[in-house]
Design a protein around this ligand. Structure first.
Ligand code: NAD
Length: 499
């Protein structure tokens, strides 16, 4: 059986503790590999390696660091097919979607290639008599990223590309469910010319996460995953004096106003709800049509669209999405469908019981549509994270606006309308971090920043973009005056002001 080891100081490293976890092939249900699970002793090895390497890397001028990133970008592109196949084999998403996963991470690498410009500080000449003030952005030292299973290329690259470009050493703790692509990404970075020790990968579960959170040499922790764990990581990292940005779960709403282009909205929503088996933090698992006629038109068209959908194995080009990640997760999603039924919602299309011929042990679930959901239902309040779309009907724009605003999660939201006035009001008033206007999955491009509100995001800086630079650096502010040979300035016991 294949064994997936840690990657420390440019080489494979085995754990000492002997703990390991199964890595499945979700399309067959079979165990395909075992990943080593590390502990504090293993983390110490990664820290020692990072400590050795980081000062020299920070001293490399930003343009040369960018050149490594340019080569890294080219290498990732050259290995796109290999990365996508590996990613699909452990995650289960279809190959085209896996390429999108890599591509969205690659776009952050491209952004990070602009690091010389991004790290330029500010300068004020003559802030006072003979006084200049300037600021510089310096790396934090050693930083860590803890990532979820659902984007095993994109999210490690969101964090890693920015951390490294800023001159830090980066320690990645990827999801133990699909750990191979993160290791390949670290290997490719080495091949691109990144010094050994600047991108280390340590595998593990809570034991490793806690070791990271408690290690005094790690100055910042970036986390993406479910909300309870995001909150835990945030609290423990902050209590240990670390900078932390922790992205959590989601329950994104798609609002359809009566004037929307319904065919386009349905086409957008069907992809956003069921793509990647709904295992995206920017999926659209709730639709709120405004008015009975809108709801009926949407439901009719959606049911027709669902009939054309087909889950399948990742390499099947006809399949729109693949299996769920584990049998436990599939059972959890199914339990939410049952919960919705028990709560009084209407199961319009039930995806349970689906079996893919030849892959009967795979974790497949056919698309599910649930109507007449109410805000009081737990199946609505919780994140389900599967190919399940719920319809929560609203009678007015204000009512529709209130649902995402009052929900515990505030990651993404979309509104479908031709009315600019409503769209503007919606974007301004909704209590959600990322808004799409006739855009179903409004993941901001790499030169903006990504982050949700409320229980979707803990900490005050978002991922990538300029926030990424802020997160992985600290600013030093310098106020200088040089001897000019003039008269001695009188001593003063008063705080200097610009009066
Ligand atoms: P998860 O919370 O189970 O795991 C995330 C990371 O935390 C993994 O590295 C895992 O090993 C670690 N972990 C798991 N249990 C832990 C514990 N008890 N203590 C400490 N660490 C622990 O999340 P997941 O199932 O891998 O990913 C899906 C979740 O991530 C969904 O909730 C999804 O919405 C969310 N997500 C959010 C975003 C975002 O940007 N907001 C993006 C992608 C995924």
């Amino acid at each position: 059986m294949r064994s997936i080891t840690h990657f420390i100081h440019g080489a494979a490293a085995s754990s000492t503790g002997g703990r390991a976890s199964d890595v499945l092939d979700p399309s067959t249900g079979a165990v395909q590999a075992q990943v080593h699970l590390g502990d504090a002793a293993l983390l110490d090895q990664a820290i020692e390696s990072a400590k050795k390497a980081q000062p020299d890397w920070a001293a490399v001028n930003p343009q040369r660091r960018a050149r490594v990133l340019f080569r890294y970008k080219e290498l990732i592109e050259a290995h796109m097919d290999e990365l996508a196949a590996l990613l699909s084999s452990e995650h289960g998403k279809v190959i085209a979607d896996a390429k999108g996963d890599v591509q969205r991470g690659l776009e952050v690498v491209e952004f990070a290639c602009g690091i010389p410009h991004l790290l330029k500080g500010d300068y004020t000449q003559g802030a006072g008599p003979g006084i200049d003030v300037y600021s510089m952005r310096q790396p934090l030292g050693i930083v860590a990223g803890i990532t979820p299973f659902n984007f095993p290329a994109m999210i490690p690259l969101w964090m890693g590309a920015m951390a490294i470009a800023c001159g830090n050493a980066f320690i990645l703790k990827p999801s133990e469910r699909d750990p191979s692509v993160p290791v390949r990404l670290a290997e490719l970075a080495l091949e691109a010319g990144l010094p050994e020790g600047i991108f280390n990968v340590v595998h593990g579960d809570k034991v490793m996460v806690d070791a990271i959170l408690d290690h005094p040499d790690i100055k910042a922790v970036s986390f993406v995953g479910s909300s309870d764990i995001a909150n835990y990581v945030y609290q423990r990292a902050a209590a240990n004096g670390k900078r932390a940005q922790c992205m959590g779960g989601a329950k994104n709403h798609g609002i359809i106003l009566p004037d929307a282009d319904m065919d386009q909205a349905v086409a957008d929503i069907v992809g956003a709800a069921y793509g990647s088996a709904g295992e995206r933090c920017m999926a659209l698992p709730v639709v709120t049509p405004v008015g009975e006629a809108t709801a009926q038109a949407f439901r009719d068209k959606l049911v027709a669209a669902i009939e054309t959908l087909r889950p399948g194995i990742p390499s099947d080009p006809q399949a729109q999405y693949g299996p769920l990640v584990t049998a436990q997760h599939k059972a959890r999603v199914e339990s939410y469908i049952q919960m919705a039924a028990d709560e009084g919602a209407e199961i319009v299309v039930d995806g349970r019981g689906f079996s893919l011929q030849g892959y009967e042990e795979g974790f497949y679930l056919a698309p599910t549509l649930i109507d007449r959901v109410t805000p009081q239902m737990k199946s609505y309040q919780d994140e389900i994270f599967g190919p399940v779309l719920q319809i929560l009907r609203a009678e007015s724009f204000e009512e529709a606006l209130s649902y995402p605003t009052n929900h515990q999660y505030g990651n993404g939201v979309a509104i479908f309308t031709r009315n600019g006035d409503y769209a503007r009001r919606f974007a301004a008033d909704v209590e959600v971090g990322m808004v799409g206007i006739n855009v179903p999955i409004p993941v901001p491009v790499a030169y903006h920043s990504f982050g949700g509100w409320k229980r979707s995001g803990f900490g005050d800086l978002d991922q990538y973009g300029e926030d990424g630079v802020r997160f992985y650096t600290r600013t030093k502010k310098i106020t200088q005056r040089w001897p000019s040979g003039g008269a001695v300035i009188d001593q003063s016991f008063v705080i200097p002001t610009m009066k």
